[in-house]
Design a protein around this ligand. Structure first.
Ligand SMILES: Nc1ncnc2c1ncn2[C@@H]1O[C@H](COP(=O)(O)OP(=O)(O)OP(=O)(O)O)[C@@H](O)[C@H]1O
Ligand SMILES: [Mg+2]
Length: 370
């Protein structure tokens, strides 16, 4: 990094930080720095490797950030891994939090580019799994680029709803019969006999092949405010497919529309604000369960849950919520959304993944407006 200067923090994420650097020729880049323990197991290394591979695969898509260069340095027992990318102005979450007015044209322009990015990903068999406004980078000319492939994975193209589907790099819990406990582990790969090679998190050298019935409590990747019901309830069945991203696209699109407050007098300009479709803080999972019940009903939700004790807890919550469907839930948030965009949101947020449109179908709907 000696040839670069002008460090400025652009972002701060789960694994590390993102800095602006100014190259000796004056061009600005962004560097995402992720730090792992040199002695760590392959689990953390695999996550970073997977992100690098996906960024490399996407370098020809204009709506995806891509990667200019990757390098690392070892300091003590830490490995700092750097991804150098193009520097963008800000992220979409920051715009949504600002008081900048977004016209319908802006919304279409942003959304179309996000859809193009997802179309590219799905066409090469990648699901992003963490689509949300802070992972969409924006420049002042309104161009957007999708970033943060830390949760992404490669799937068989066209997978709507994979049965048990675990991917290299995924965090899991594995049952240890000798000790009668579940232990934190990472998936290294799938074998021909349908077993998975796993590596226990704290014991680097221990690798073993286990059958899927010993693998549980899969890590949820997507931020709860943007994840699909099947991703949210995935303790029991890990569900990864293209339709996870479609659901998140619906949530993002709804969140682009402002909420209007009623004016007290006619002369007063109408006040508005923007917020997530599910305005929760990360720790408030209970509230999210209630929102899902509101939209889809307890009966539907409970089909995703095998654990009887959780089902009972959720059934009790269900008694307290007043039922609404997705459309009414969105209308109740007092957003004014043009009919086609509303159709995109409602269909993308269908409870059953197979009923959600494909990304190509969403693009066709968006293009029918312009
Ligand atoms: N190329 C870039 N140009 C400008 N800002 C960037 C760039 N890449 C990332 N950022 C900023 O840094 C933030 C974090 O980046 P990113 O999402 O890739 O990291 P992360 O560690 O995976 O984050 P998190 O865990 O919070 O999702 C982004 O939301 C954005 O604000
Ligand atoms: Mg991020």
């Amino acid at each position: 990094m000696s040839a670069s200067s002008g460090l400025l923090e652009l972002g701060n994420g789960a694994f590390g930080k993102v800095f602006r650097v100014i190259e000796t020729d004056g061009t600005e880049c962004a560097i995402k720095c992720q730090t792992i323990d040199i002695n760590t197991t392959d689990r953390d290394k695999n996550i970073i490797k997977r992100e690098f591979e996906i960024l490399t695969l996407c370098k020809n898509c204009p709506q995806i950030i891509g990667i200019i260069e990757m390098f690392y340095e070892d300091i003590g027992n830490k490995r700092h891994i750097y991804f150098k990318t193009l520097r963008m102005g800000c992220n979409l979450h920051q715009i949504l939090k600002s008081d900048q007015v977004l016209t319908n044209d802006h919304i279409i322009r942003f959304f179309r580019q996000i859809v193009e990015a997802v179309k590219y990903l799905h066409s090469i068999g990648i699901v992003h799994r963490d689509l949300k406004p802070s992972n969409i980078l924006v420049n002042s000319d309104c161009t957007t680029k999708l970033c943060d492939f830390g949760a992404s994975t490669r799937i068989k193209k066209g997978t709507i709803f994979a049965e048990i589907s675990l991917f290299p790099g995924d965090y899991v819990m594995v049952y240890c019969p000798e000790r009668g406990i579940w232990k934190d582990a990472g998936i290294k790969g799938k074998n021909r006999d349908n077993t998975y090679t796993i590596q226990y998190y704290k014991s680097k050298k221990i690798e073993m092949n286990v059958t899927v019935d010993r693998i549980r409590y899969y890590q949820r990747y997507t931020t709860i405010t943007h994840c699909s019901p099947e991703q949210y309830f995935l303790e029991l069945e890990y569900v990864t497919g293209e339709k996870n991203d479609i659901y998140s696209l619906g949530v993002i699109l709804a969140s682009l529309y402002p909420i209007y407050l009623e004016s007290e007098t006619e002369s007063e300009p109408q006040k508005w604000y923007r917020e997530n479709l599910f305005p929760l803080n990360k720790s408030n999972e209970h509230m999210y369960t209630n929102m899902l019940i509101k939209m889809y009903g307890f009966e539907n939700i409970s089909t995703l849950i095998e654990d009887e004790s959780r089902k009972e807890e959720i059934r009790i919550n269900a008694l307290a919520v007043e039922k609404l469907d997705v459309r009414n839930y969105i209308l109740a948030t007092k957003r004014v959304i043009p009919p086609i965009m509303m159709e995109i949101i409602v269909s993308s947020m269908e409870f059953k993944p197979e009923l959600r449109p494909t990304v190509e179908q969403i693009l066709t709907m968006v293009d029918s407006i312009t």
